[in-house]
Design a protein around this ligand. Structure first.
Ligand code: CO8
Length: 258
């Protein structure tokens, strides 16, 4: 597939998807979302990788939704744009492989919301993160009002959304928005290294961990626990080769071969 605003490369089993609209700090507009939808629908490509890293070209990860494009929006346009973005971010969250954001610079508004739909976030020590929509008379519209409080609690999420000022990567790390800090010059390499480590684990277990975490938060604790027991039980079916290989490899003191 040919893209104008995305670049995709593969390093062995790791896919690297780069938002490539640096003149607008990779701001998200409908064309960018169309390309992202196309990318995530391309199951053939995604089947060839075991983890995906998402990053941004230039000095920003993503500086948010395209403010210029929103200037003349009608009520319907606003609703539609919000739904389009949510659809794309759900595609990220529902991907059956781990997705890691390599936050190389500004991750603001919709850019932070995209990072929040990833499973793990690594950030450059120099990155700034925030939800500045309140300064524009807007609110986060790509599920940021929902994903952020689920990640860091209502108080921290309100603080970020109401203040509308960016925070440093270190503050984001301390809040638990970011899971790992990296040197600015090596954020992508350090994220790929992490992705490679994770991609070396059982793909089936990774898929299930993601499913349990995402679906579990929608359920009450008891039902979520039942869902976990069922999936755990299923791992002991005879055709569950990864479980068999993982346990045998441990007992035979060798590395598993998934
Ligand atoms: N949209 C469009 N263009 C942008 C955006 C953006 N979000 N951010 C930066 N740009 C453009 C600038 O206009 C500028 O373009 P030009 O060269 O043509 O003037 C170029 O990128 C470079 O930016 P700056 O010159 O401003 O670079 P600085 O290093 O001086 O500043 C900042 C960097 C601090 C990141 C600054 O660009 C900035 O504040 N950007 C806006 C950040 C922001 O407010 N983001 C939130 C947007 S709203 C949002 O994301 C809502 C999501 C929910 C939508 C729901 C659907 C309805």
């Amino acid at each position: 597939m040919k893209f104008n605003y995305l670049k995709f490369e593969k390093r062995d089993k790791i896919g690297i998807l780069t938002l490539d609209r640096p003149n607008a700090l990779n701001a998200l507009n409908e064309d960018v979302f169309k390309e992202l939808t196309g990318f995530f629908n391309d199951k053939e490509t995604i089947q060839t990788i075991r983890a995906l890293v998402i990053t941004g070209e230039g000095k920003a990860f993503i500086a948010g939704a395209d403010i210029k494009a929103m200037q003349e929006y009608s009520t319907q346009d606003g609703y539609d744009f919000s739904e389009i973005g949510k659809g794309v971010f759900d595609q990220i969250a529902n991907l059956e492989i781990p997705v890691i954001a390599a936050i190389n610079g500004f991750a603001l508004g919709g850019g932070l919301e995209l990072a929040l739909s990833c499973d793990i976030r690594v950030a450059s020590e120099k990155a700034r993160l925030g939800l500045p929509e309140v300064n524009l008379g807007l609110i986060p519209g790509f599920n940021g009002t929902q994903r952020l409080p689920r990640l860091v609690g209502a108080g921290n999420a309100m603080y970020l959304m109401m203040l509308g000022e960016g925070i440093t990567a270190n503050e984001a790390y301390q809040l638990g928005i970011v899971q790992k800090l990296a040197k600015p010059e090596s954020v992508l390499e350090e994220t790929i290294e992490l992705a490679e480590k994770i991609a070396g684990k059982s793909p089936n277990a990774l898929r299930l961990i993601k499913k349990m975490v995402h679906q579990g938060v929608e359920l009450n604790f008891k039902d979520a626990g039942k869902m976990e027991s069922k999936e755990f039980g299923r791992l002991f079916k005879e055709d569950q080769k990864e479980r068999e290989e993982g346990i045998n490899a441990f007992l035979e003191k060798r590395k598993p071969n998934w």
